[in-house]
Design a protein around this ligand. Sequence first.
Ligand SMILES: [Ca+2]
Ligand SMILES: [Ca+2]
Ligand SMILES: [Ca+2]
Length: 373
Amino acid sequence: MVTIIVPFPQFHYSVFWCPRIILQNMITVATHVLPLRAWCDLGSRSLRLLLLMLPGACALFNPAPPIITFQDALMPGLLGPVMVKIPAGSFYMGSPQQEPGRDANESPQHLVVFQAPFALGQTEVTVAQFGAFVTDTHYRTSAERDDGSFLRDPVTGQWGKYPVNWRHDHRGQPAADNHPVIHVSWEDAQAYASWLTQRTGQPYRLPSEAELEYANRAGSPLRNWWGDGIPQAAVANIKGERDRIDNDPTFIPTPEERAAIDPEGIWPEFFIGYGDGHWGPAPVASFQANAFGLYDTTGNVWEWAQDCWHPDYRNAPSDGKAWIENGICEYRILRGASWYCYPVQVRAANRWSRWPIFRNMYIGFRVARNVGA
Ligand SMILES: [Ca+2]
Ligand SMILES: [Ca+2]
Ligand SMILES: [Ca+2]
């Protein structure tokens, strides 16, 4: 195992990080429990000031730990995906009642505690990485066994099943090696993780839904790890107004999509004024990492999770493990939204699910692995 330690790169986000329990509890109390009047009545002015300064002060004196990455050897001359050690900790999973655009399936917001660290792929699995697996095993994906995968024709705008697979991009052209692999199903993702386990002797698997949200937020209780609202800089491959390619009808959602995704018709179809330079998947790690050192946790491609679908979080486990019990296992979880999504879907708490052999032009995955303390 090769271990690389890099310094914590973004002090700004450590404000969320070090005192995450204090900060999240303060926000929970401030927004759920205390009405404004009670907050104003809370002790003296100096006490209020102290409470507000605490997160910043704590970050100054107790900075977040460094980001630790490693790679396991797969076979002579080939290393596995770069993995990031995600620290043990806790967070509130789901969205608060007042979050704009939320769905009932994100309720109730609940505390999840990770007693032990775990590791997540630093990036989504790439075309090159998936290709090494196929070369070694001659594995045939769901798309290859079942007449192709789904994409929107960039000329006609029509959704359809085309003779494409993991080797192709969102237009059906050969995909670049450094792009996230797409047109892969939950079953294909399982097969890849099993191969990593077999080749490395280490316990690779798909992440749980809780792990994906915890890792995505990286301490942020806001709508996204970079904050609320429209990003001021290019932080992720999401659907920006300036990402539109001339004459490409796939930028405009179909009437069915619009009705299904935004029944109230109040959300814009893209992030207004935003541009990240990509309509379609971008090479992995094209944008800055979040506070955990992970790339593209939001945007680029949706990512499969291990869990079965549950319509909300009632009776959800609090240990962060994949939630299978009493679930609808004909559907598996997808997280993080994609380059194709409406802004209403681009929220850390947002959830989606599809059946295990489903695949299309905006779904990929990253792997997880158990690690020692
Ligand atoms: Ca984009
Ligand atoms: Ca992603
Ligand atoms: Ca949703």
